[in-house]
Design a protein around this ligand. Structure first.
Ligand SMILES: Cc1ncc(COP(=O)(O)O)c(C=O)c1O
Length: 421
């Protein structure tokens, strides 16, 4: 099976262009990468981008910083860039001590140009759109994809159309899409129905789809995993035991697994060195957790989903067939956390100076839970992914943080108010 951690590097089929092609994850059917617009196989299954020459860690040395440092792992040498990637891998010493693990680092993807990891996928995806000669880009979004698509589309001089679940997208994200000149359609439905519609539009040739169903998006997102491995190795001389990440459509889980599989193929990583991929969902939107717990090959769609972590309010994770083998074959797991646990983790991160939106804090909430349940050991080296910036969701930050205190306009009043002697 092509999704096995130890599957050997494939031979290039005739359809390959410069050693790059698309392959169906179920049947192995291959397709030329840029001859036609294609998101899935003829049978409707997910596609993966394949390389005749999978990258080795040495290939990246001396290649600059950010997503395009990893051009040897990508289908192009450069993209439509703002630039993106090269995000901090923060230490969080009090949180590490409190949760009780050997090492805890926070990979803060909120520090990308539009404030989320989606930028890594868009720099590649919009480059592919240019290659294909399309002019109208579209996505369904819980918010961050729309902000990134709008910004990268603007940068690339292309029109953008975004479909959002009405009333369920955080203010900062809509503001970004609006100012970057996206046409914003608010749909009376949830994210999954927005994605159904945008897929229909794409099938009718009206738009080029840039959700993570598009396999090129995940190529850019692979670089999160590559950066984590390089940075962790530079700091400690080893790789992390576990990477904990929030899960919505499971694109990042699939992308990180692909990054690690390719490094195993090139001989840069031993299969037992691959970090355990550990997904976290909100209790009100946890189809991946359900699938992992039941040993299913795919998720079952949840029609009713709810969580204050609106970015991961998703009931039908399209990348589940790619992500579930990743969780299993790396000996990872998946766990659901409550909204209260998410808010508490958001405060814990903020007290370390790391400002994240609620969905991002799910990773830390999940780690805390798995550690207290004894699933994560005290001697583990862990990286938690925080996927979006605090300012994406100002309302959630106000709810989780301190109340502003009104005070009269004088120094004496301020001194009185703060109880100074
Ligand atoms: C902040 C944030 N975290 C996590 C996710 C989920 O990521 P994925 O779809 O890759 O699982 C999203 C996207 O939907 C997001 O915006």
């Amino acid at each position: 099976m092509s999704l096995d951690l130890t599957a050997p590097a494939p031979d290039a089929p005739d359809v390959a262009e410069d050693g790059v092609w698309l392959e169906c994850i179920e049947t192995g059917e291959t397709y030329a990468p840029f001859d036609e617009i294609r998101y899935t196989s003829d049978g409707g299954h997910l596609l993966e981008v394949k390389y005749a020459d999978p990258p080795a860690l040495e290939d990246f040395e001396g290649q600059g910083r950010g997503v395009w440092r990893y051009r040897d792992a990508l289908p192009f040498e450069e993209g439509v860039s703002l630039p993106e990637g090269d995000t901090p891998l923060h230490e969080a010493p009090r949180l590490r001590e409190d949760i009780g693990v050997n090492t805890l680092r926070i990979k803060h993807e909120g520090m990308n140009p539009t404030g989320s990891f989606k930028d890594r996928g868009m720099t590649v995806g919009v480059r592919v759109a240019k290659e294909l000669g399309v002019d109208r880009l579209a996505c369904a979004s819980t918010g961050n994809t729309s902000a990134a698509l709008a910004a990268y589309g603007a940068r690339g001089g292309m029109q953008t159309l975004v479909l959002l679940p009405s009333g369920k997208v955080a203010a900062g994200k809509i503001a970004q899409a609006a100012l970057h000149d996206a046409r914003i359609l608010e749909v009376d439905g949830n994210f999954d129905s927005c994605l159904d519609i945008v897929q229909d539009l794409a099938e009718r040739g009206e738009v080029y789809l840039l959700n993570s169903l598009n396999p090129f998006r995940l190529e850019g997102q692979k670089t999160i995993g590559l950066e984590i491995l390089e940075e962790f190795r530079d700091d400690y001389g080893r790789f992390p035991d576990r990477i904990v990440l929030p899960v919505g459509n499971a694109g990042n889980t699939a992308a990180l697994y692909k990054a690690f599989r390719e490094l195993v193929q090139s001989g840069s990583l031993d299969p037992e060195e691959v970090p355990k991929l550990t997904g976290v969902q909100a209790e009100g939107a946890a189809p991946m957790v359900e699938a992992v717990e039941n040993g299913w090959e795919d998720t079952e769609r949840w029609d009713e989903v709810e969580t204050r972590a609106t970015a991961i309010r998703i009931g039908n994770p399209v990348n589940a067939p790619k992500a579930l083998p990743g969780i299993r074959q790396t000996n990872g797991t998946a766990v659901a956390v409550s909204d209260a646990e998410i808010t508490s983790a958001q405060r814990d991160l903020a007290r370390e100076g790391i400002g994240v939106e609620p969905a991002s804090a799910a990773s830390v909430a999940g780690l805390r839970k798995l550690r207290s349940d004894g699933v994560v050991d005290a001697d583990e080296d862990v990286v938690c992914l925080t996927t979006g910036h605090l300012l994406k969701d100002p309302d959630a930050a106000f709810e989780a943080g301190n109340e502003p205190e009104p005070v009269a306009n004088s120094t004496e009043s301020v001194l009185d108010h703060i109880g100074a002697e």
